[in-house]
Design a protein around this ligand. Structure first.
Ligand SMILES: [Zn+2]
Ligand SMILES: [Zn+2]
Length: 250
């Protein structure tokens, strides 16, 4: 049985830095590879690992640019690049297809249906992409936002996307091997309610009973060691921070 592998393409919250794209992850198992979130810089990182035309699916959690900006170079690659393929399935929340279509309109229309096969999964809906199954939830965020739980070979990964504490993330991630959770802020400071602090991410991991917590979406100005410390205090388990190039078996 092959392992289920999570590779971090980028993890910076809100804007990329010189060495760190914004949100983007690859999940792979037994020849199935799914790209989860396409933050700025992640398409370049993806191309160091694989031919993007060989992706099995793309999941975009929400339209905010730190999660979706590299949909545009992917669109051009699939449309004008060296290899033709059937439309790439992409799983998105409500509203994204229309907004991306408007942006990629060249003036002579778009070719969205030739490039992407669009699916909007409902809350709790389960979807199989090759060897990996997904169950989708909705985050607590100002725009429609997908959360997900991915499973394969008896292993499971939950991803918070961007969220406040008002989502069903605890239910979605209950008993998962790995929770990939946003921790935009640290300490008691929480300038935006629709994100998590490191302590809140740790509390969710604790209540969900996951084995391991990976923090992501930290503001680039934060000290990641402090976020790890705060989350670990609340969680009581293994905590790490997502950085580009990190590969873990979920
Ligand atoms: Zn974000
Ligand atoms: Zn967001």
């Amino acid at each position: 049985m092959q392992a289920v592998e999570l590779t971090v393409l980028g993890a910076s919250g809100t804007y990329p830095t010189a060495g760190c794209p914004t949100a983007g992850f690859l999940l792979s198992h037994e020849g199935t590879t799914v790209w989860i979130d396409a933050g700025s810089g992640t398409f370049n990182a993806l191309q160091t690992l694989m031919d993007p035309s060989e992706l099995d699916a793309l999941v975009i959690s929400h339209v905010h640019v730190d999660h979706s900006a590299d949909v545009f170079p992917l669109y051009h690659y699939l449309r004008f690049g060296p290899r033709r393929r059937p439309p790439l399935p992409w799983y998105v929340p409500e509203g994204i297809v229309e907004r991306v279509s408007a942006y990629v309109d060249s003036g002579a229309g778009t070719h969205m249906d030739e490039v992407f096969a669009s699916y909007i999964p409902g809350r709790g809906e389960e979807v199989a992409v090759g060897a990996i199954t997904f169950r989708f939830g909705r985050a607590d965020h100002p725009v429609p936002t997908l959360q997900l739980r991915a499973g394969a070979a008896g292993r499971s990964l939950a991803y918070s996307a961007d969220t406040g504490t008002g989502s069903e993330l605890i239910e979605l991630s209950r008993g998962a091997n790995t929770l990939l959770a946003e921790a935009t802020f640290q300490g008691p400071s929480k300038p935006a309610p629709h994100h998590l602090t490191a302590t809140e991410a740790g509390e969710i991991a604790h209540r969900a009973g996951v084995e391991r917590l990976i923090l992501t979406h930290l503001l680039p100005t934060l000290d990641p060691h402090q976020s790890i410390e705060e989350a670990a205090t609340a969680f009581g388990g293994d905590v790490m921070v997502a950085v580009p190039g990190l590969e873990v078996l979920i």
